[in-house]
Design a protein around this ligand. Structure first.
Ligand SMILES: [Zn+2]
Length: 297
């Protein structure tokens, strides 16, 4: 039997967060909960292999957050569950590349912007149910993932390591995290922290306009909701092949409500679609544009 626990510890030490596993060992045992403890994980038996991997690596990831750091998870669920969620998204496909772990992404897209969707930084003690789930798990995980996408793996890792090195065992508060990431990355990320972690809003991109000129296509993408999310435009040709154009969240930094993507199609385009595994979208109907095919006379 494959040892998911050992593989998780290796992935944590060498890939993400790429920080030496801070304890001599961890014990994972089959019990009746889905719960992390210092150096111990108590997981109930699950039939499905993929779900077992996701649960196991998630709970082991908690070794770093909250335990090694000393996070107050009762008040700031996003400061530990958010990382454990990002951790399972990244580590699960390392253990088994056939699994896509997008835990919580669709549920967020489904209720984003409704009255049960409160800002991430709302104290966890003041939330319950879906509200608490979204704010502790997928929403902060997406925020961390988007910053990593924007900074690049190397700079993100440098900033995260600075946060870990400065604050492990010292019970960091929310602003300690934000300030550490700004300081070590050398970037003022406050625009994003504000809009993703503190403000209202919902993720909703739309294809607003498509223009073709001199063999180039210019697609205007609108941010209908005000949450800054990455732009992934899938261009599908009439022969069924496709390519994806990607822009990180920095395209929304100025507070603009539209951005443009220009590309040169190499073949006849059939369809354009805004779609990404880690890009929730509250209204998917305006994400697709079908290209009218020219009639041959
Ligand atoms: Zn957890």
């Amino acid at each position: 039997m494959v040892n998911f626990g050992r593989k998780t510890v290796e992935a944590m030490s060498y890939t993400f967060p790429k920080w030496p596993f801070p304890y001599s060992h961890i014990t994972v045992f089959q019990g009746l909960a889905q719960m992390e403890y210092p150096m111990m994980v108590n997981d109930n038996p699950i039939e499905d292999r993929a779900e077992t991997i996701m649960l196991t690596d998630h709970e082991i990831f908690h070794t770093m957050f909250p335990f090694y750091m000393g996070i107050n998870e009762t008040k700031y669920g996003w400061m530990d569950e958010g990382w454990a969620t990002m951790g399972e998204w990244l580590i699960t496909p390392i253990i088994d590349p056939s699994i896509t772990d997008d835990y919580g992404v669709a549920p967020y897209g489904a209720v984003a912007g409704t009255e049960i969707d409160l800002p991430i930084t709302t104290l966890t003690t003041q939330q319950n149910g879906t509200t608490m789930f979204l704010n502790s798990y997928p929403k902060p995980a997406l925020g961390y993932l988007y910053v990593r996408d924007m900074l690049g793996n190397e700079l993100f890792e440098k900033a995260l390591h600075y946060y870990i090195a400065q604050w492990n065992g010292k019970h960091p508060q929310p602003y300690d995290f934000f300030n550490a990431m700004n300081t070590a990355s050398g970037r003022n990320l406050n625009w994003f922290w504000q809009r993703w972690f503190f403000d209202d809003g919902y993720p909703d991109l739309a294809i607003a306009d498509v223009q073709e000129q001199n063999g180039s296509s210019t697609v205007t993408v609108a941010s209908v909701g005000t949450k800054p999310v990455p732009v992934d435009l899938i261009v599908t040709y009439t022969d069924g092949t496709s390519l994806t154009l990607h822009k990180d969240i920095s395209v929304w930094e100025k507070g603009n409500s539209t951005m443009q993507l220009t590309f040169k199609p190499t073949k006849q385009v059939k369809q354009l679609e805004l779609k990404g595994t880690y890009t929730p979208d509250s209204n998917k109907k305006d994400n697709i544009y079908h290209v009218k095919q020219q009639q041959l006379n």
